[in-house]
Design a protein around this ligand. Structure first.
Ligand code: ZN
Ligand code: ZN
Length: 217
């Protein structure tokens, strides 16, 4: 069975998710956004064996806790290759907000679109979902009932990720939503990078960006 713990961290209130296979206690951390100490004590308290950290994308608010988490847990970092220009600019992102840059760890492996990520007995599919940033990925656990989607900053309850930062593009995110999100199972629970979780059905009904795309069809 899948269990998804969320921690809201840092000045931008980003969601860090710990995805756990309850049969094996294997876990994947998604977006060590900040407050590494809190993330580390959460996984310790849960008693899980973390296999890796996945960055949905490389905005500062999703990677600022990464160096301390990785150093402490000695786990690999995964990300999509298209996100490297954003990852390489983390220092500039910090300067833009007047924040101390978090330091840097290397990306150990680039995930690929369609790749199946094994977390114990769970299988998550990597979706490449650009628009908010060029190499944004989501992670879909389609075999679960209901299905779960870790959505990064692509889709929020009632909104979508901003597209005015470097590498962002409005038409691209709308295309991502149209081609990949509209067809998703309606009961999919969406775990966004900020704010509360929601469902595909609720967003197709009420999200001002997604609802018009449903009516197009
Ligand atoms: Zn972002
Ligand atoms: Zn964010």
């Amino acid at each position: 069975m899948i269990e998804i713990q969320s921690l809201t961290v840092g000045p931008f209130q980003s969601n860090c998710y710990v995805v756990v296979c309850t049969q094996t206690q294997k876990a994947l951390i998604v977006d060590a956004g900040d407050e590494a100490a809190r993330i580390l004590s959460a996984v310790e308290r849960m008693g899980v064996d973390v296999i890796a950290v996945l960055n949905t994308h490389a905005h500062l608010d999703h990677v600022a806790g990464l160096p301390d988490v990785v150093e402490s847990l000695k786990v690999p970092v995964w990300m999509h290759a298209d996100e490297m220009p954003i990852y390489d600019a983390v220092e500039q992102q910090a300067a833009m907000f007047g924040l101390v840059p978090p330091g840097r760890v290397e990306i150990d492996r680039f995930v690929e679109v369609g790749e199946q990520i094994k977390v114990g007995n769970l299988t998550g599919e990597i979706l490449l979902t650009p628009g908010h940033s060029p190499g944004s990925v989501c992670l879909g656990f389609w075999r679960e009932t209901p299905p779960r989607l870790i959505a990064g900053d692509v889709l929020f309850m009632g909104s979508i990720g901003r597209t005015d930062l470097p590498g962002g593009d409005y038409d691209t995110i709308i295309d991502t939503l149209r081609q990949q999100f509209v067809p998703m199972p309606p009961d999919t629970i969406v775990y966004p990078g900020h704010g509360p979780h929601t469902t595909i059905e609720a967003e197709k009904r009420a999200n001002p960006f997604l609802a018009p795309l449903v009516r197009e069809r």
